[in-house]
Design a protein around this ligand. Structure first.
Ligand code: IMP
Length: 193
């Protein structure tokens, strides 16, 4: 087994574990306040929102965000693969669907990063077709300069103004670095040509 230290491949830290934790707490407080507001919730039965974690990138963010939401919620998972960085831009494939129905429910999608917007656009279209009461989106990172399709995002952790590719806190490069506790940028030597 190879067990190379992942830290040695990081050139710089963009957001430390402490910064992420503080921002996640703020987002959790805002989300619970919003979903306690009858003007925002649309579920006529008054059920708590279903928070949907988009695997695999949003796993760590979701785990911390969920613990920062002190009000009632349910959660579910969906897994998609995107080929946005390669030869077929915007192609999104469903790997694992939600387990439960969302019809008539308030849905909050939790993403790691909104980049071109294709993944979120795909998810929204799929969810809209299931007739939920409302759909909102929370993303840890937003990269507006890279957007190819317009998507609306309700809660943003941090906005990136550059096109830098980031890793850590759930986000990967070729399947690695998801387990870094912070968000950083890779050294050029760690990136395959
Ligand atoms: P989209 O381009 O908005 O469809 O983003 C698709 C997915 O690509 C995101 O959910 C991330 O998992 C991944 N992604 C986009 N930008 C980055 C990045 O800078 N680092 C790691 N993953 C990224």
């Amino acid at each position: 087994m190879s067990s190379k230290l992942i830290e040695s491949d990081i050139e710089s830290v963009l957001f430390s574990a402490e910064e992420i934790e503080a921002r996640t707490r703020e987002l959790g407080a805002r989300i619970s306040a919003d979903y306690s507001d009858a003007r925002i919730t649309r579920d006529v039965a008054g059920r708590p929102p279903i928070v949907v974690c988009v695997l695999r990138g949003a796993l760590l963010f979701m785990a911390d965000l969920a613990r920062s939401i002190p009000t009632q919620m349910e959660y579910d998972f969906i897994c998609v693969a995107s080929y946005g960085n390669g030869t077929s831009p915007g192609v999104v494939r469903l790997i694992k669907d939600l387990e439960g129905p969302i019809r008539g429910r308030d849905v909050l999608i939790v993403e790691d990063i909104v980049d071109t917007g294709h993944t979120l656009s795909y998810l929204r279209r799929g969810f809209d077709a299931r007739d939920p009461a409302s759909i909102r989106v929370c993303t840890l990172l937003d990269k507006p300069p890279r957007r190819e399709v317009e998507v609306s995002v309700d809660y943003v952790g941090f906005t990136l103004t550059s096109n830098e590719f980031v890793v850590g806190y759930g986000m990967d490069y070729r399947g690695l670095y998801r387990n870094l506790p912070y968000i950083g940028v890779l050294r050029p030597e760690a990136i395959d040509a």
